[in-house]
Structures are given as C-alpha cells and as structure tokens.
Design a protein around this ligand. Structure first.
Ligand code: SAM
Length: 181
C-alpha cells in the first residue's frame, strides 16, 4: 500500500494508482470538501485501487493503519512554515517518524519532496537525526543528500508547477528496515 499524506487534489495518487493497478493507494487530507471531491472523482473514474480518508496527520495517523501494512509514505510539497513560532508545525518530526516506523513494512520507504529549499533542508535535518536512524531509516541517496529525478511514474500538481517554473524539486527518499527484522 502507498499512502500520500496531505494529498490535496491527489494528482500524484491518481497517477500512481493508474500506473500501478497491482498496488493499493490511499490519499489522506485534512480538508473534508477536498476528500469528498476526490472520492467522487475516483468513483466516476471507476478506479478500484485508490481510496481517500479525512485525517488530521498531527493527531490521527497512529490510528489509521495496522502495523507493517504500508509500503511507502509520500509527503509531497507540504505547506511551508517559515517562522520560528511555527516550528512545532513542521511536517516531518520525530513523532511522525515513530508512527511511520510502526506502520511501514521492512524495505518500505518514506518519500518527501518540496519546492522550498528551507523546508526540504529542515526535513532532511530531522530525518538525519540519530534517533530517526535508530528507528531504521536510511537515506537512499547517501547521508545528507537529496535524490535526483523522480523515480515514480507520477507527479503532484505542485511538482508540475515547480518544473514548469524551471525550479528544482528537492526530493528525499529513506528506506525503512526495522532494527530487529
Ligand atoms: C501544499 S498542499 C500539497 C498538495 C499535494 N501533496 C501536492 O504536492 O500538490 C498540502 C496539503 O496538506 C494538507 N494538510 C495540511 N495539514 C494537514 C494535516 N494536519 N493533516 C492532513 N492534511 C494536512 C493541506 O490541506 C493541503 O491540501
């Protein structure tokens, strides 16, 4: 199962589900109307391997998926929070990594991308922390490195805009191997 966190209109999830009919894809989003619109669109298109859920990632994620049931988490172009007082609202935090570490299967992946370098660097520095390494996450591009190119047959709307503007997506990929597997 592939899970897109904060999927908005879920262009990435739609494209991934259609490119990989053998995979099940789930998009999670906090805006109820957006979730409803995605559900209607998926029903109209008759796509059977794609579903959406209304979730506040800050508090709900640990109750959404069973242990070792997720192959990949995708966090794509999250809303940037520049100011210090917003630091608590960073998307990639140790608590989120702990939840993902219980739900990911061995060999699973955390995939992150942003068009804002500061946001990507902040996520990278969070993920390079020894506590996250101890959970079993390893940077697929090498320590402190971004991944070049898009390894997925799908791109979010924000990624399309980034590329059209001639900007660079800052992509991060971590493989997950639980320490005692
Ligand atoms: C900037 S959009 C990115 C959309 C999409 N991933 C893309 O790349 O085009 C970030 C999305 O995350 C959602 N979001 C923000 N905080 C959230 C939370 N706590 N739980 C779930 N979704 C959240 C927002 O509603 C928004 O749709």
């Amino acid at each position: 199962m592939d899970v897109e966190l904060g999927c908005a209109d879920a262009q990435f999830s739609f494209q991934l589900a259609q490119a990989h009919p053998e995979r099940f894809v789930v998009g999670l989003e906090i805006r109820e109307k957006v979730v409803e619109a995605n559900c209607r669109k998926v029903a109209e298109a008759g796509i059977r391997n794609l579903a959406f859920g209304y979730v506040n990632l800050d508090v709900d994620l640990d109750r959404v998926f069973a242990p070792r049931s997720v192959d990949r988490f995708h966090i794509l172009y999250p809303d940037p929070w520049f100011k210090n007082r917003h630091h608590k609202r960073r998307v990639v935090k140790l608590e989120l990594c702990r939840v993902m570490a219980t739900q990911l299967r061995p060999g699973g992946e955390l995939h992150f991308a942003s068009d804002v370098y500061e946001v990507a660097l902040e996520a990278l520095s969070e993920l390079e922390a020894p506590e996250v390494g101890a959970l079993g996450f390893t940077n697929l591009a090498g320590e402190w490195s971004f991944w070049r190119g898009n390894p997925y047959p799908a791109a979010s709307k924000r990624e399309d805009t980034t590329i059209k503007r001639g900007q660079r997506p800052w992509r991060i990929r971590y493989r997950f191997d639980p320490p005692h597997s």
